[in-house]
Design a protein around this ligand. Structure first.
Ligand SMILES: O=C(O)COP(=O)(O)O
Ligand SMILES: [Mg+2]
Length: 227
């Protein structure tokens, strides 16, 4: 049997339980046993994917903050800084809005290159303020991210593939949202889970029948069988 292809996996919407929240524990064993690099590429802050790799028991190959932070397993790269996004957050708050995560804000506490805002907060004023700072706001279905347009997951996985020594043309990716489009553009084969947004669905080679981790698990079984 051919060896497993390298994987690039998104977290939220892709490794999540059928109701969309929390990691589906069924993904742990297949990832632990995967016989090729597994890259976790997410919009979440750096500690989250690192912890996921740690607790699954796989090497830490991580793109965090939508490409703002990249960890090759040896070196960490920051491809943006938080300053402008922080200024947007402050102006948004001064206008009477809130980021929506409570006082201690564990969503942004360790975020280094962008700011995330809860989906239950008004996005239009956020977009207006972000535009004044030359930043974009993307909606991943899990948060609004105020970010520099430049960093993306695709550049991050390219850096990791070059360092680890595999070819992205051999890699298989699964994702669910607009922040996975740059991943899908780089890998050999891309899948959007059934719950994916329009951008991810359009960019993927294939739209899966199953949602969330069910879709991802189906991909893992298929590519393992060589299909
Ligand atoms: O942080 C988010 O909003 C989404 O995270 P994800 O990229 O793992 O889906
Ligand atoms: Mg996602």
């Amino acid at each position: 049997m051919d060896s497993d292809p390298p994987l690039v996996l998104d977290i939220d919407g892709t490794l999540t339980r059928p109701d969309g929240w929390g990691i589906d524990p069924r993904v742990f064993d297949p990832l632990r046993k995967w016989d090729a690099p597994v890259v976790v590429a997410t919009g979440k802050a750096f500690p989250y994917p690192v912890s996921l790799c740690h607790f699954v028991g796989i090497p830490e190959l991580v793109v965090a903050e939508n490409g703002g932070v990249v960890y090759t397993g040896d070196d960490v790269f920051f491809t943006a800084d938080r300053e402008a996004a922080q200024a947007v957050a402050e102006e948004y708050r001064a206008a009477g809005y809130d980021l929506g995560w409570g006082d201690e804000d564990t969503v942004n506490r360790w975020r280094e290159t962008e700011i995330a805002v809860s989906l239950d907060q008004p996005v239009e004023p956020l977009r207006e303020i972000a535009a004044d700072y030359g930043l974009e706001v993307i909606d991943t279905g899990y948060a609004f991210h105020v970010k520099d347009a430049e960093p993306n997951k695709g550049d991050g996985i390219e850096r990791i593939a070059a360092h680890v020594g595999f070819d992205l043309a051999d890699a298989v990716a699964v994702g669910d949202s607009i922040n996975d489009v740059s991943t899908f553009e780089r890998v050999g084969r891309s899948f959007a889970v059934a719950n994916a947004d329009e951008a991810a669905t359009t960019a993927a080679d294939e739209l899966l029948e199953d949602a969330h981790a069910d879709g991802t698990l189906a991909v893992l079984e298929r590519v393992r069988r060589g299909e």
